[in-house]
Design a protein around this ligand. Structure first.
Ligand SMILES: Cc1cc2nc3c(=O)[nH]c(=O)nc-3n(C[C@H](O)[C@H](O)[C@H](O)COP(=O)(O)OP(=O)(O)OC[C@H]3O[C@@H](n4cnc5c(N)ncnc54)[C@H](O)[C@@H]3O)c2cc1C
Ligand SMILES: NC(=O)c1ccc[n+]([C@@H]2O[C@H](COP(=O)([O-])OP(=O)(O)OC[C@H]3O[C@@H](n4cnc5c(N)ncnc54)[C@H](OP(=O)(O)O)[C@@H]3O)[C@@H](O)[C@H]2O)c1
Length: 451
């Protein structure tokens, strides 16, 4: 074997880092990599998850772009694994495949009333505000008071995007339709609910501090949530992030009373019980909890309600099953041992690998997908003896197959054209980028057609 033809499905950070690591890995064979992506644009959640007012993180894109531009990777955009191309096809043309398809949907939350009109999943809202081509262009922003369930970074992103004055998003790459939607929002109060205490949050200090810097938005926190028990004190003493988070809260607790036109309320020890609705959301009921001494909480039996007209659940993302690939429907991942995919009998499936959120579950930062990819690639390299033996390994065979099926795939040149269009639209308006949101328009820009 002198060459590994590798297919990678999913051009988010996990897939791109996997390609980069393999290309730089010490090995005794040549490599050619084809990267399949169901959207006409690469970068996954870096483009369609990271909030528009986080341009520093978006800078990671330039590192990912360098990998794509290395000249050793072909990009097949607008190709959906499972419909446009299947596992059987890949076996005919490649020696192995890595799935890096991430997670795009919301974790379910079993709560009475969660299906009411006005109750939304954070992932859907994120897709809307980041201009994902597969979601509607409008979002119902009619609520004055909103509840956000969860204490992770996504909950903070969603709360910030809901409460921030839209003019302050204008210098960012917020899509036009999103800016217009946010301008029409009558929101005054966003309430974020964590079921545990302020020292058991999943969000990070930078993201918390940022909330306090929003113009004309006051942070409201409650003294009753800051009785520090022994396990919270241990968290403050042993965890640097929690130490900083505690400091931020302490500063906020000393601030003057609220005077801003919008407020962001942070409630802790608040376990969700019910979304109150009259067809449409009209309130949120929760139970006050208390520390159980071990970092967890127990209910106190004290029930509270607040009026809200919209509820967003930000309780985690969830992976999607891929046709013909084992799937753990409880965890929303492809079952694997260090990236080697396992079947229902716990046996390794030769030639099939996973990396990123679909391998590990939807937690962790972009940087974590690098270490993930390293582990998976170690196995790909070592498993040479069990790679597939493709009957048509020629480079042109895959393009010919997609063309024969009428799949309108894009390539790296197409992505460059789309990227250029977004940058030049941005430059015309003094902004870094104005995203093309509509899929047809994205495709036209990839083909170099003006629209
Ligand atoms: C709202 C939100 C904000 C975040 N903000 C930050 C942040 O500021 N900083 C940070 O470090 N981390 C952030 N993260 C975490 C970060 O986005 C993830 O760690 C990272 O994106 C996971 O990478 P991935 O490649 O596994 O998945 P993804 O980024 O989801 O990429 C998966 C790719 O696979 C493609 N795909 C899926 N199915 C198919 C298919 N059937 N066929 C072909 N292609 C397919 C998708 O279109 C996508 O492009 C955020 C996460 C979320 C949810
Ligand atoms: N700016 C950034 O760096 C950024 C931005 C967004 C996302 N990310 C990363 O992306 C990953 C995913 O973030 P995430 O916010 O989706 O997930 P997360 O960090 O796992 O947070 C999920 C939150 O939902 C809560 N939750 C879960 N089930 C619940 C229930 N039944 N009732 C009430 N609350 C419930 C959890 O509470 P418990 O802790 O009590 O379980 C937790 O507070 C994280 O690693 C995050 O750091 C990073």
């Amino acid at each position: 074997m002198s060459k590994l033809r590798l297919a990678i499905v999913g051009a988010g950070p996990a897939g791109i880092y996997a390609a980069d690591i393999l290309l730089k890995h010490e090995r005794s064979f040549d490599v050619s990599i084809d990267l399949f992506e169901r959207l006409p644009a690469p970068y996954g959640l870096v483009r369609y998850g990271v909030a528009p007012d986080h341009p520093r993180i978006k800078g990671i894109v330039s590192a990912l772009r360098d990998v794509l531009d290395s000249g050793q990777i072909r990009l097949f955009g607008n190709v959906n694994f499972g419909t446009d191309i299947t596992l059987e096809d890949l076996k005919k043309h490649y020696h192995a495949v890595i799935f890096s398809t991430g997670a795009i949907t919301d974790q379910q939350l079993s709560l009475p009333g969660i299906e009411a009109e006005g109750s939304y999943g954070a992932a859907d809202f994120v897709s809307w505000y980041d201009g994902h081509p597969d979601v509607a262009r409008t979002w119902p922003l009619e609520a004055k008071e909103v509840a956000v369930i969860g204490n992770g970074n996504v909950a903070l992103d969603v709360a910030r995007m809901l409460v921030k004055h839209p003019e302050d998003l204008l210098p960012t790459e917020v899509p036009d339709n999103v800016y217009e939607g946010l301008v029409s929002s009558p929101v005054t109060d966003v309430h974020v609910f964590g079921r545990r205490g302020p020292m058991q949050v999943k969000f990070t200090p930078l993201e918390l501090r940022e909330l306090g810097d929003m113009r004309d938005v006051d942070i409201v926190i409650h003294d009753e949530d800051f009785v520090i028990d022994e396990s919270s004190q241990r968290a403050i003493d042993s965890n640097k992030q929690i130490f900083v988070i505690n400091k931020i809260f302490s500063t906020w607790r000393e601030r003057e009373a609220a005077t801003a036109s919008r407020r962001l309320h942070l409630h802790f020890y608040a376990k969700p019980l019910e979304v109150l609705s009259d067809f449409h959301v009209k309130g949120f009921r929760y139970e006050r909890t208390e520390p159980d001494g071990e970092g967890g909480v127990r209910g106190t039996g004290e029930i509270r309600e607040i009026p809200v007209q919209a509820v967003y659940r930000a309780v985690g993302y969830f992976g999607t099953a891929l046709r013909g690939i084992p799937f753990d429907s409880r965890r929303g991942i492809i079952p694997n041992h260090e990236g080697q995919v396992m079947n229902d009998d716990n046996q390794i499936v030769p030639g099939v690998y996973a990396t990123g959120w679909i391998k590990r579950g939807p937690v962790g930062l972009i940087g974590h997908t690098k270490s993930d990819a390293m582990e998976t690639i170690q196995h790909v390299v070592k498993d040479q003896a069990s790679w597939w033996s493709p009957e048509s390994p020629e480079d042109e065979a895959v393009s010919a197959l997609l063309e024969s099926r009428g799949v309108a795939f894009t390539d790296l040149g197409g992505w460059h054209r789309l990227d250029e269009k977004e940058l030049s639209r941005g430059a015309e308006r003094g902004r870094e980028r104005v995203k093309v949101v509509d899929r047809e328009e994205m495709m036209a820009a990839s083909r170099g057609e003006s629209h």
